[in-house]
Design a protein around this ligand. Structure first.
Ligand code: ASP
Length: 790
């Protein structure tokens, strides 16, 4: 035989027979051609014959290549001209090599592999008691990543199929030389060694492989600190952070690539890939993989928890119908002329119908579709953990959600500490104090209070800076801030944690120069009045408010030198919408100060309920609302019930003053879910549609299915939906939901990876009875930016 290494062989059939012989007899085949033809040849190292490696317990037999099936694809298949014509003719030679490569990989007996779980178990056992003379012959699959050639051996990293664990592969050149049957001279050996290196070295990082070898305790263990750990967090240059199993290694007998990797394509941890190459981002970014993994875990643990609590998972249709629920919908044209489905904004109507159908506790991880402007925390299609409970009021649903969030999600994400509104820390599950008579654990803030204290219906109280009314400032000061007659004046203090006043001044100038701050200086309700508390200046920097007001401001806010005080005027009228100008400044100024390292980022989580929203809001330019002519729309959705105990005549006389039985869950200033008690009487629901929102009769008829269901003894019910993407983003400390969605949409709702949405062809337009008016604005997608090495 030529050498102890099996060179690349073009003759697969011969290779298979050779390997079979080897398995039966332990002898290597007599002769292999070393012409490199097949890209997927397997590389083999002679069996290690050192006493240490005498197999005493074989985990399985080596089956790779034992099958003779490859004869189905002989070197030169018969040329079928008719077939070639029919399929457009690729050169026969190409087909031959494509079929051969594919067949080679397919021959691998994937079912006969050893699991990484076994490796993990042995690694744990061998940490304390490595076997003396025990060795294991194993077959294991994974990806090769880094190579480390040394004079004695060639080391490689084998990463498991989940890209989470790795083990060292050792290909010992010493063994290789010793085991050669035909000893050659020194030069000959060197030539063979370099051939061996070429062959093994040609397996590019990320190549999926089958490895057969001997499992041995690892001789030189990597040391972390002074202790050898059970597993070892290490940075793989291609895959990112993984756990190395440090107590074992595989001495390779044979290694077989199961596919190829493009030459010149660099995919290293840290390479930035465009969305078009999402699969490469997965391969190289451990944080992306971890997020998707945690998402899956949260999904399954929440499912288990809800099922234990008696909830039933029910799937509802995705092909729904267009109904004016509040958001702009996506339509799905059909081949029936003029007819279309609409994708659901949420399963709201179906889940209420389930309540009317005798399902008492429903849940579903539901796909929802809304044709809204894209933002970092928005996607046109997203997932909600949606639930509904019959014979339940708001508080029953809120407690159910608290249990899910505090007992399942937060511990699973390893987040321990919560902060309450008084600034006290609680260890999440030991939140013993209920904040209301209803037994809820999380703080509850009314909408009006949230808007007054934090200028937001999604308040983040973690850095204080509560807004206070300073209507006591003199008229002259008010008129410097605003041209409004008798405006409300409010102020907050940003605690700059001992930054010198000069630094705070520079920071404020920078903040106001930001393009996103232009809206504050041009705000028709007035400009912000910003003061830096500075004891070296007249009235400590508050002179513009006059002596008396300056003293009261100091008493109210107790500022320290360098603290920033921001005043803002607004119209004297009830709150509406999601935030005030001062609330926005409070949020953004804090963000920028954290970004500049002037203030530490909050370390704890704040979870709270916001309740008592107005049932209706003035209609916004941008939102389709329910399409009624009353100039108002539902704040949550039109199925939300008014809070009990109100004068319901206000629905007709002053609908904007009616409070809705609606509750939002807010985490760290992000709305992660919302729900409400529903209107369960059909006639009351009709009043809302027809007499309050003033919907056209035909639009009201769009909801007839729901009204029919409510009419038939529907029980009182309430529900909630958690924005699952947002929640996972929050739990994994990322601002963008794109980081927690495997295949997200980007600008204009595009998925550049698959190239959706795609332009309809003439044929399709015809089939769906559609016409494109005024041509199309289709733009060819830009070429992906990608690192290729020539
Ligand atoms: N369907 C509502 C939403 O998507 C949630 C609910 O009220 O249950 O916001």
């Amino acid at each position: 035989m030529t050498a102890g290494i099996v060179h690349r062989s073009p003759r697969l059939r011969r290779t298979y027979i050779g390997i079979s012989d080897y398995l039966r007899t332990g002898l290597l085949p007599q002769r292999y051609s070393n012409r490199c033809v097949s890209r997927l040849s397997r590389y083999k190292v002679a069996r290690n014959s050192s006493p240490r490696c005498t197999a005493q317990r074989s985990i399985s037999s080596w089956k790779l290549g034992q099958t003779e099936k490859s004869s189905a694809h002989p070197e030169q298949p018969p040329y079928d001209a008719a077939l070639a014509d029919a399929v457009g003719t690729e050169p026969v030679q190409n087909w031959t090599s494509i079929f051969r490569d594919f067949d080679t990989a397919s021959q691998s007996v994937l079912s006969d592999q050893h699991s990484w779980k076994e490796l993990r178990q042995l690694n744990a056992e061998w940490k304390s008691s490595p076997p003396q003379d025990l060795t294991h012959t194993i077959t294991v699959y994974g990806y090769v990543t880094s190579h480390r050639p040394t004079s004695k051996a060639h080391f490689m990293q084998l990463v498991n199929p989940d890209l989470a664990e790795s083990v060292q592969l050792v290909i010992s050149s010493g063994d290789f030389v010793d085991n050669r049957e035909n000893q050659e001279d020194k030069d000959g050996r060197r030539t063979s060694l370099s051939k061996f290196r070429d062959a093994i070295g040609a397996i590019r990082p990320h190549t999926p492989v089958a490895v057969k070898g001997q499992l041995l305790p690892r001789k030189s263990k990597p040391i972390k600190g002074t202790q050898v750990e059970e597993t070892f967090q290490t940075l793989d240059p291609y895959i990112g952070n993984i756990k190395l199993l440090p107590h074992l290694e595989i001495h390779v007998h044979a290694i077989e690539p199961l596919n190829s990797w493009p030459k010149g394509l660099i995919a290293e941890n840290g390479t930035q890939f465009p969305p078009e190459k999402r699969h490469l981002s997965f391969r190289t970014k451990d944080d992306l993989r971890d997020r998707i993994r945690l998402r899956s875990k949260l999904h399954s643990e929440c499912t288990k928890h809800l099922q234990t609590e008696g909830f039933q998972e029910v799937e509802t249709p995705l092909l729904f119908k267009s109904t004016p629920e509040g958001a702009r919908e996506y339509l799905v044209p059909t081949r029936q002329k003029g007819y279309a489905y609409a994708l659901p904004q949420s399963p709201q109507q179906y889940k209420q119908i389930l309540m009317a159908s005798g399902v008492s506790k429903y849940f579903q991880f539901a796909r929802c579709f809304r044709d809204e402007d894209m933002r970092a925390d928005r996607q046109p299609e997203f997932t909600q953990l949606d639930l509904e409970m019959a014979f339940a009021d708001s508080h029953m649903v809120m407690s159910t959600i608290e249990m899910l969030v505090l007992d399942v999600m937060w511990p699973l994400a390893g987040r321990a500490n919560l902060l309450d509104l008084q600034g006290h820390t609680h260890f999440n599950r030991s939140l013993s104090r209920s904040t209301s008579q209803t037994g809820l654990k999380l703080p509850v803030l009314e909408y009006g209070n949230a808007m007054a204290k934090y200028g937001s219906d999604k308040p983040d109280p973690r850095w204080g800076a509560e807004i206070r009314n300073i209507d006591f400032v003199p008229t002259q000061s008010k008129s410097m801030l605003s041209s409004l007659a008798n405006p409300i004046v409010e102020m907050f203090r940003l605690n700059m944690k001992d930054s010198p006043p000069s630094e705070a001044r520079g920071f404020v100038s920078e903040f106001m120069r930001l393009p996103s701050s232009a809206q504050f200086s041009t705000n028709p309700e007035g400009m912000p009045g910003i003061a830096i508390f500075d004891t070296s200046t007249p009235l400590n920097g508050l002179a513009s408010f006059g002596h008396e007001a300056a003293v009261r401001i100091e008493e109210l806010f107790e500022p320290e030198p360098g603290d920033i005080l921001v005043a803002q005027t607004r119209q004297r009228r009830p709150f509406s919408g999601g935030s005030t100008t001062l609330g926005q400044i409070r949020q953004r100024m804090h963000e920028l100060a954290v970004k500049h390292g002037l203030i530490d980022a909050p370390k704890m989580d704040s979870l709270l309920w916001v309740v008592d929203f107005p049932l209706f809001s003035p209609i916004e330019e941008d939102s389709p609302g329910q399409g009624g002519s009353a100039g108002i729309c539902s704040t949550h959705h039109p199925f939300t019930a008014p809070k009990p105990g109100q004068d319901l005549w206000k629905l007709i006389s002053a609908p904007l003053r009616v409070i809705g039985d609606h509750y939002d869950l807010v985490v760290n200033g992000v709305e992660v879910g919302g729900g409400s008690r529903r209107i369960h009487h059909a006639r009351m629901q009709e009043v809302i549609f027809r007499d309050v929102l003033k919907m056209q009769p035909e639009r009201l008829e769009d909801f007839r299915h729901l009204l029919n269901a409510l009419e038939c003894g529907c029980p009182p019910h309430s529900g909630f939906a958690l924005g699952f993407d947002r929640l996972v983003a929050l739990l994994t400390n990322t601002d963008s939901v794109r980081d927690v969605i495997a295949f997200p949409k980007y600008q204009h709702g595009r998925d550049p990876f698959v190239g959706s949405p795609s332009l309809l062809s003439e044929e399709q337009l015809k089939l769906y009875h559609l016409a494109v008016l005024n041509g199309t604005d289709a733009v060819a997608p830009a070429e992906p930016k990608i690192s290729f090495r020539s």
